[in-house]
Design a protein around this ligand. Structure first.
Ligand code: C5P
Length: 226
């Protein structure tokens, strides 16, 4: 079964809590930079106190000691899953895995879903970057360091599932229904396609957050995910 994670990209706790009241079937929430910066760890504790699993998406990319410290705190406050950036390198990823102690599932961000080949190439100073090859390369770095899985766009799920085998978790943002606007996401697909290709977790934000009826939109994604 594929899990559906709601990206709680709302600016304030009050908005997030109002939304949670509307979604009783929700099991997983993703807390990212916006909400974490504003509300901090107490908000995470509120979420876990409601029985929700928290996916902390801060995409850590720092020196190994700092990332290990952050993972330790995430573990202490009850986070179930968290992101580290694979571009942080093997030493950083391995330190993070030790700090997680098997209690926080760490997944490695490969290439952000907002990148296309040209933009990514400019960021890393290379020309003609084949994003699929780059995602595969970074996913293998993540696996070698002992991470539980990776984050990738819907376009690379089937490649990674074939390459990594059945075990690793594959977390996929950039999920849209046919009629949903892509927004700033460059590589999107439907929930059904991502699930068919081997995603274990789908991350959906704006198509639910900005829907006129968030509960109905959530239910649609849930049906597709399952
Ligand atoms: O609103 P939308 O459905 O595009 O939200 C996707 C969520 O997934 C956002 O919170 C974004 O920060 C996150 N994400 C992403 N691409 C990654 C990792 C996380 O879009 N590679």
């Amino acid at each position: 079964m594929t899990e559906l994670i709601l990206a709680l990209d709302t600016p304030r706790t009050a908005d997030a809590l109002r939304l949670l009241e509307e979604l009783p079937a929700l099991e997983w929430v993703k807390v990212g930079s916006i909400l974490m910066t504003r509300e901090g760890p107490d908000f995470v504790r509120q979420l876990t106190g409601r029985g929700l699993k928290v996916f902390l998406d801060l995409k850590w990319h720092d020196i190994p000691n700092t990332v290990a410290g952050a993972v330790t705190v995430a573990r202490e406050i009850g986070v179930s899953m968290a992101t580290v950036h694979t571009l942080g390198g093997s030493a950083m990823l391995e330190s993070a895995v030790v700090a997680a102690g098997g209690e926080v599932a760490l997944v490695g961000v490969t290439v952000l879903t907002s990148h296309n080949g040209a933009g990514y190439g400019r960021a890393v100073g290379r020309q003609e970057v084949d994003l699929a090859m780059e995602v595969e390369r970074l996913a293998l770095v993540a696996m070698a360091a002992g991470l539980q899985g990776v984050v990738c766009s819907p376009h690379e799920v089937s490649l990674l599932r074939r390459r990594l085998g059945r075990g690793p978790q594959i977390v996929v943002p950039g999920i849209r229904r046919q009629a949903d606007p892509a927004g700033d996401q460059a590589r999107v697909a439907t929930a059904k396609d991502a699930v068919t290709n081997g995603a274990t977790h789908l991350v959906v934000g704006r198509p639910i957050l900005q829907a006129s009826d968030p509960a109905a939109a959530f239910e649609e994604f849930l049906q597709e995910a399952r």
